[in-house]
Design a protein around this ligand. Structure first.
Ligand code: 15L
Length: 273
C-alpha cells in the first residue's frame, strides 16, 4: 500500500480527504495543529512547513504528497508569505531531496478569480489571481511547473472550488466539489501513470460551472455530483443585490476583501503582526 503525506490534514479539505481515502493508502497526516482523531492506518507528524527541517522530516519515505498545508483564504501578507510561499517551496524542495516524485498541489479557484462569471475558462488560461492568497496559489503552480521541467517531478495541480457536503451559496453552485469527487480526483493525481505537469479544476460536474474541465476528463475523471440538485434550495436563501464586482467575478468576495475569516487559523503563537 502506498504511503501518502497529507499536509494541512487538520483543515476542512484534509478532514474530508482523510475520511474518503481511509483504507486505500497509509496516510501520514501532518499539521501544525493537533488532529482530533487518528485512524488506524494514519501516522501523525506535527510540522511547521515554514521550517525546512520539518518539511524534510515529514516528506521522508512517502510515495506522494498532497500539499494542503498553508493559509487557505485572503489574509495578511506575512502569514501568506510564510505558510504559502516559504512553506510551499520547502515542501517541494524537501520532497525532491527525499526522492519523492509525485506532488499533488491543491491550488485554488482564486488563482483565476478575476475571470468574469460569464466566461468559461480551461486549464490553459493565464492566471488572474483575485487576492494575495490567489497569488500564492499561482506561485505554487509555477513552482510545480519548474520542479516538473527541471527535476522531472510529477506535479498535479487541482484548482479547487469549494469542498463540502453541499454547495452553500449561489457562487458555490458553480464551484462546488463534493468529498467523493475530491477523493476520485486525488486518486487520479496519485495513480495516473502519465502525470508530468497538469492543471485541472477541482470541482464536481456542476451544471453552472465556469470551467472547461476537459483536462481532468482526459485523465479519466468522472465526477458523480452536480450542484444543480441543491440549486432551488440555495437560490431560495440568496439575498438579492450585492456588490456588483463580487457578483461579476468568479472569485466573489475575494476580489474586494482584504481579509476573510480564516476557517483554519494558525495558532496565535505562530502568527506575526
Ligand atoms: C478557497 O480557495 C478557500 O480555501 C476556501 O476556504 C473557500 O474560500 C473557497 O476557496 C471558495 O472560493 O469558496
Amino acid at each position: 500500500m502506498k504511503t501518502i503525506l497529507i499536509t494541512g490534514a487538520a483543515g476542512d479539505v484534509g478532514t474530508h480527504l482523510r475520511r474518503e481515502l481511509a483504507g486505500k493508502y497509509v496516510l501520514r497526516v501532518s499539521d501544525l495543529r493537533s488532529l482530533k482523531k487518528i485512524n488506524k492506518q494514519e501516522q501523525f507528524a506535527r510540522a511547521d512547513i515554514s521550517k525546512f527541517s520539518d518539511a524534510l522530516r515529514i516528506t521522508k519515505g512517502v510515495d506522494a504528497v498532497v500539499h494542503l498545508g498553508g493559509y487557505s483564504v485572503e489574509g495578511p501578507w506575512d502569514g501568506i508569505l510564510s505558510a504559502n510561499i516559504i512553506g510551499c517551496y520547502n515542501v517541494f524542495e524537501a520532497a525532491r531531496r527525499n526522492g519523492v516524485k509525485r506532488i499533488l498541489f491543491p491550488t485554488s479557484n482564486h488563482a483565476v478569480g478575476y475571470y468574469r462569471r460569464d466566461q468559461t475558462i480551461d486549464h490553459r488560461v493565464y492566471p488572474k489571481p483575485d487576492s494575495r492568497y490567489g497569488v500564492s496559489k499561482v506561485f505554487g503552480e509555477a513552482l510545480g511547473s519548474l520542479y516538473a521541467d527541471k527535476y522531472g517531478m510529477q506535479v498535479f495541480c487541482m484548482r479547487i472550488g469549494n469542498v463540502g457536503p453541499a454547495p452553500i451559496d449561489k457562487r458555490r453552485l458553480s464551484i462546488w466539489f463534493s468529498p467523493r469527487d475530491l477523493a476520485q480526483l486525488v486518486t487520479i493525481g496519485i495513480e495516473h501513470p502519465e502525470v508530468r505537469f497538469e492543471i485541472v479544476y477541482g470541482v464536481s460536474k456542476n451544471t453552472r460551472s465556469w470551467y472547461d474541465n476537459s483536462n481532468a476528463y482526459r485523465l479519466g475523471y468522472k465526477p458523480q455530483d452536480d450542484s444543480e440538485a441543491y440549486a432551488a434550495q440555495v437560490l431560495g436563501r440568496e439575498k438579492p443585490g450585492g456588490d456588483p464586482k463580487v457578483e461579476a467575478y468568479q472569485g466573489g468576495v475575494f476580489v474586494i476583501a482584504e481579509e476573510i475569516p480564516n476557517p483554519a487559523p494558525l495558532p496565535k503563537t505562530k502568527r506575526r503582526k
